[in-house]
Design a protein around this ligand. Structure first.
Ligand SMILES: *[C@@H]1O[C@H](CO)[C@@H](O)[C@H](O)[C@H]1NC(C)=O
Ligand SMILES: *[C@@H]1O[C@H](CO)[C@@H](O)[C@H](O)[C@H]1NC(C)=O
Ligand SMILES: *[C@@H]1O[C@H](CO)[C@@H](O)[C@H](O)[C@H]1NC(C)=O
Ligand SMILES: *[C@@H]1O[C@H](CO)[C@@H](O)[C@H](O)[C@H]1NC(C)=O
Length: 198
């Protein structure tokens, strides 16, 4: 009997402690809520209830690190000239409608590519496509990917976001080299982009 009573008392204490802890937790949570820095929104307020569209874009990327008007600059020399590992090049490269540099410019590729592999030439590419024509003027697409320029004819890189028309974009690009002249420091790459956005 005595033992039983003790057990019951202990149980009561335990329950009391648990209840107090739950109450404390609730107080802390509501104190956090009082900050009101975040809330759930209705998608309609940002027109996000619509179905996503798929847009296809194709343009040519012109990179030049030498000559009179280079569009890119080496900001870090590689630790290995054969793989370009450790190099970093900042670019502001024109994007044109056709393979000729004289064709219409639709935007700029702004960002960098960095030698990121020790066994081959493969770059980490981080760039924004900043468009400047028609309804795309002012909108951007953000690319973040791996570019093994020699070993792959077609390099797929993710589109991780965008702005303006491309707000909340996701998708991928396919990069195909049209010209790579190491001596002249020039490269032309065709970009095919598949973009889901609202
Ligand atoms: C890479 O080549 C450049 C130009 O030929 C040379 O100046 C540099 O020392 C080389 N770097 C390495 C790590 O071999
Ligand atoms: C672009 O046009 C200029 C002048 O019209 C010409 O000299 C040049 O060769 C052209 N470049 C290309 C890549 O077609
Ligand atoms: C693009 O937008 C900029 C800034 O609003 C403006 O100055 C420029 O004229 C526009 N370009 C085109 C081709 O519409
Ligand atoms: C550029 O490369 C793409 C893909 O390989 C090819 O379809 C296209 O014909 C090339 N264009 C020129 C002008 O070389």
């Amino acid at each position: 009997m005595i033992l039983n009573t003790q057990i019951t008392t202990n149980m009561t204490k335990l329950i009391l402690i648990l209840v107090l802890e739950v109450l404390l937790l609730a107080t802390v949570t509501s104190a956090e809520d009082a900050g009101e820095f975040a809330r759930t929104m209705n998608k309609k307020q940002l027109s996000l209830q619509k179905k996503e569209k798929l847009t296809y874009l194709r343009f040519y990327w012109h990179d030049s690190v030498k000559g009179r008007n280079p569009s890119a600059t080496r900001i870090k020399e590689p630790v290995s000239n054969s793989t370009m590992f450790g190099s970093m090049t900042m670019m502001d490269d024109a994007l044109t409608t056709d393979v000729s540099r004289n064709s219409s410019v639709v935007g700029q590729a702004q960002g960098f590519y960095a030698g990121a592999a020790q066994g081959e030439i493969s770059y980490l590419v981080v760039m924004n496509f900043a468009f400047k024509t028609g309804k795309y003027n002012g909108s951007t697409l953000a690319v973040f990917g791996r570019d093994p320029v020699i070993s792959s004819k077609v390099r797929e890189m993710p589109i991780v976001g965008g702005s303006g028309i491309f707000r909340l974009a996701r998708g991928y690009v396919e990069a195909r080299t049209n010209l790579s002249d190491v001596k002249a420091g020039k490269a032309i790459v065709q970009y095919s982009c598949y973009v889901l956005h609202y």
